[in-house]
Write a protein that binds this ligand. Structure first.
Ligand SMILES: Nc1ncnc2c1ncn2[C@@H]1O[C@H](COP(=O)(O)OP(=O)(O)OP(=O)(O)O)[C@@H](O)[C@H]1O
Length: 540
């Protein structure tokens, strides 16, 4: 065997072995040996095998100290103090996960800090009063939301320019307090200008557009108590139950000063002239990237066309000719949003604000990735939920969100959980509107511990007691991953958050590898660029 170490010797060995015995016996020394050609690929494989044998097995690197990545194979761990440079090729824990043999492999991105990055500002000296809010708005905020004492980073950066009448594009991580950052300036703006309107159809002065009914309900629930203490009426408008329901919502008295609406319902109302946007002085697009994507773009385009957007802060001053100030907020923004915006606002009237943690892996949430076969997911989920249930019985614990990619999976999985006597709620887009109404609110109030849902629950919905997000189906895009994971670890969260993702398909693996690489490099996720001009103060 020692003879076969190099390709030349290999050829000789092969020549010797492949020559028939009979020929060897009769052939004299003058006769040439028969030539056996060994394919180059076989030679190369042999070389590789020998090189592999020669190199010593890699020692397991078990370094002391906190870890950023902890993998099943400890040699792939990455200590928290180490950051991979942009050009460095990382030994990924998810490498080879497209191969079926990698099943049951797993790794975690560990929690690097306990508090949400947006909370760091809370320890600073700045207060809501410093941001330019009026004493009556501050008083109401204190009465209605006593837990909101100091502004978060995004609130500190967004409120002052909004109060100065600038259009805003605000991109900041999930759960960082974006809702109050536009609601407080909106309330203050309406306080400063009483309605001069005397028309027959409702004409709200403030409009908040959101992509789902659940989010409309949530934003209304935050705005209404603040508004009613200031004499401002907040109403919601969403569809799904026919025109008669829309008419009923619009006919409520007194009419809305601020309307929180979904695009489809508002579009229908505008087409039928049940509502007018002539008096609009503040327009918010919450979860703006969803509102500007193809499914809503036609409605939103129409609504923007009907709203008279001001060219700049000067145009906002005339009470007899109301023009609207524009605020777009979201936790993810696609490339090209700036071009879209240029249709409605000039670039010098727009302030773009983005957080330094935008599109980054949340450093305060543990994120585990498990490579499983499709058929193994149910058993794993049931085990996780039972474990959670046991923990819940023995002590205080939070709630669980389980995300699936389709409504049918939510229903199917629901029946399986029923069989295992695991109590839960279900929320998916194909439910009749009457069934869907109120489900997320009852989950928020804690009537059930587990919510099985599709991505309709991933955008903007706030629950401070969600402790665990399970991606039963891996999300189809990195944006969806960010939004789903953003249901835990929110400002004001009562429990530390964890995300567990089941990884099954090769396309899931491609996304996981991007997430792992971004985590190891401590950089933002790739392909989610934004037209950033001004960044929030860099956090230490
Ligand atoms: N200044 C503050 N101090 C303490 N808690 C706050 C403050 N501002 C907001 N919160 C709380 O933080 C939580 C998240 O806020 P909010 O829903 O506005 O986040 P968001 O940035 O809009 O999230 P998403 O991107 O998911 O829509 C809410 O429960 C809210 O009450």
């Amino acid at each position: 065997m020692a003879l076969a170490r190099s390709p030349q010797l290999l050829i000789l060995t092969a020549r010797f072995l492949l020559v028939p015995r009979r020929d060897l016996a009769v052939s004299g020394p003058s006769e040439p040996l028969p030539v056996v050609r060994i394919p180059r690929a076989l030679q190369r494989r042999q070389e590789q095998r020998q090189n592999g044998r020669r190199s010593a097995p890699r020692p397991a690197i078990v370094r002391p100290g906190r870890l950023l990545i902890s993998a099943r194979r400890p040699e792939l761990n990455q200590p928290a103090r180490l950051t991979l440079a942009r050009w460095e090729n990382a030994p990924l824990a998810s490498r080879g996960w497209k191969n079926r043999r990698s099943r049951w492999d797993h790794f975690s991105i560990e929690r690097a800090q306990h508090e949400a990055p947006a909370l760091r500002n809370l320890s600073s000296k700045s207060s809501f009063a410093d941001l330019g809010l009026e004493p009556r708005v501050l008083r109401v905020l204190q009465e209605i939301a006593p837990e909101v004492v100091r502004p978060t980073t995004v609130q500190s950066s967004t409120i002052p320019p909004l109060l100065r009448g600038r259009h805003i594009l605000c991109a900041a991580e999930t759960g960082s307090g974006k809702t109050l950052s536009y609601l407080l300036p909106l309330l203050q703006r309406l306080l400063g200008r009483p309605s001069l309107y005397s028309g027959s159809i409702p004409a709200p002065r403030g409009l908040v557009l959101v992509p789902s009914r659940e989010l409309a309900e949530q934003v209304r629930a935050v705005a209404q108590p603040l508004g009613s203490s200031l004499g401002i009426q907040v109403r919601q408008l969403w569809g799904g139950r026919g025109m008669s329901r829309i008419r009923l919502q619009l006919s409520k008295q007194p009419p809305a000063d601020i309307l929180v609406a979904t695009p489809g319902a508002l579009w229908k109302s505008l087409k039928r002239q049940l509502i007018s946007l002539n008096q609009l002085s503040f327009l918010v697009l919450d979860e703006a990237d969803t509102l500007l994507d193809e499914s809503f773009l036609e409605f939103v385009d129409y609504i923007l066309g009907k709203s008279h957007i001001a060219e700049g802060p000067d145009e906002l001053k005339d009470p007899f000719n109301p023009k609207a100030q524009l605020a777009l907020v979201g936790a993810t923004f696609p490339e090209g949003v700036g071009q879209l915006l240029s249709k409605v606002a000039t670039s010098d009237s727009l302030t773009t604000i983005t957080s330094s943690k935008l599109h980054c892996i949340m450093p305060h949430v543990k994120q585990t990735f498990m490579r499983l076969k499709g058929a193994e997911k149910v058993a794993e989920l049931v085990q996780i939920l039972k474990q959670h249930d046991r923990a819940h019985r023995t002590g205080p614990s939070g709630t669980v969100l389980v995300f699936c990619n389709s409504s049918s999976t939510v229903n199917w999985l629901g029946y399986i959980l029923d069989d295992h006597k695991i109590q839960h709620l279900r929320l998916q887009g194909q439910m009749p509107a009457s069934m869907r109404a109120g489900i997320f609110q009852s989950f928020q109030k804690g009537s059930e511990d587990i919510l099985l849902c599709t991505d309709i629950a991933s955008r903007g919905l706030d629950s401070t007691h969600v402790e665990l997000v399970v991606n039963y189906d891996f999300p189809l895009t990195l944006q969806d991953y960010i939004h789903r994971a953003g249901r835990v670890g929110r400002v004001g969260s009562e429990v530390p958050g964890t995300v567990i993702s089941f990884v099954t398909h090769p396309w899931d693996v491609s996304l996981v590898q991007k997430i792992e690489l971004a985590a190891r490099r401590k950089r933002s996720l790739p392909g989610l660029g934004t037209s950033v001009k001004e960044t929030l103060p860099q956090l230490a």
